[in-house]
Design a protein around this ligand. Structure first.
Ligand SMILES: CC(C)(COP(=O)(O)OP(=O)(O)OC[C@H]1O[C@@H](n2cnc3c(N)ncnc32)[C@H](O)[C@@H]1OP(=O)(O)O)[C@@H](O)C(=O)NCCC(=O)NCCS
Length: 161
């Protein structure tokens, strides 16, 4: 049972969120660098362009976060860019709480489709299971996208008829 609360991501969270993402062990070093830039951009200006970042806080510290934004040049399609839960807190429902928070917010903004991109590598298997359990379907696979043998897997969920 998750008794934690969801709140907006704040500038002072950045070091903890970057460390948390790194400690999951699934992201590449370049992705960790990109995450720091994404959070800095978010606080500087992206929040004003409709991007969202939310954290789950437990005992005064963030244990997970989600980042989502509209896909430009589309009719109400959104991207889930980041979701991560502290390694020690995984598999207790926190990721589901964060994903449903994103879906609810996107529905409030009349979003139609939500896409999530991930990798075909074995260490993302639990991540792919997570999306499947949350009602996402594999909609496209781009072979060898990240590197030879590492496909791009695009999950999709329809949020409105
Ligand atoms: C994917 C992630 C956000 C899910 O959050 P979570 O709080 O662990 O997931 P939940 O507790 O809500 O859901 C659990 C389900 O997700 C899957 N799962 C994902 N990670 C898991 C883990 N470390 N251990 C067990 N199950 C996991 C399982 O299918 C599980 O279902 P089950 O309990 O019926 O077996 C989280 O595990 C994580 O941060 N993973 C590493 C980062 C990552 O892959 N991010 C997405 C990049 S595209």
């Amino acid at each position: 049972v998750v008794t934690a609360m969801i709140r907006p991501v704040l500038p002072r969270d950045t070091p903890e969120l970057v460390a948390l993402a790194q400690e999951t062990g699934v992201f590449k070093p370049a992705e960790i660098v990109a995450l720091r830039e994404v959070l800095d951009d978010y606080h500087r200006e992206a929040h004003a362009r409709g991007h969202h970042a939310a954290a789950v806080e437990q005992d005064g510290r963030p244990i997970g976060f989600v980042y989502f934004a509209p896909a430009s040049m589309t009719d109400r399609t959104w991207y889930l860019y980041w979701i991560a839960v502290d390694r020690r807190a995984q598999a207790k429902g926190t990721g589901g709480v964060l994903l449903r928070h994103a879906e609810d917010q996107i529905r409030r903004e009349k979003g139609r489709l939500l896409l999530v991109e991930t990798s075909s590598l074995p260490h993302y298997e639990l991540t792919r299971k997570f999306y499947a359990k949350q009602g996402y379907e594999v909609n496209a696979i781009v072979g060898d996208f990240y590197s030879d043998g590492d496909d791009l897997v695009i999950f999709r969920k329809r949020l409105a008829e």
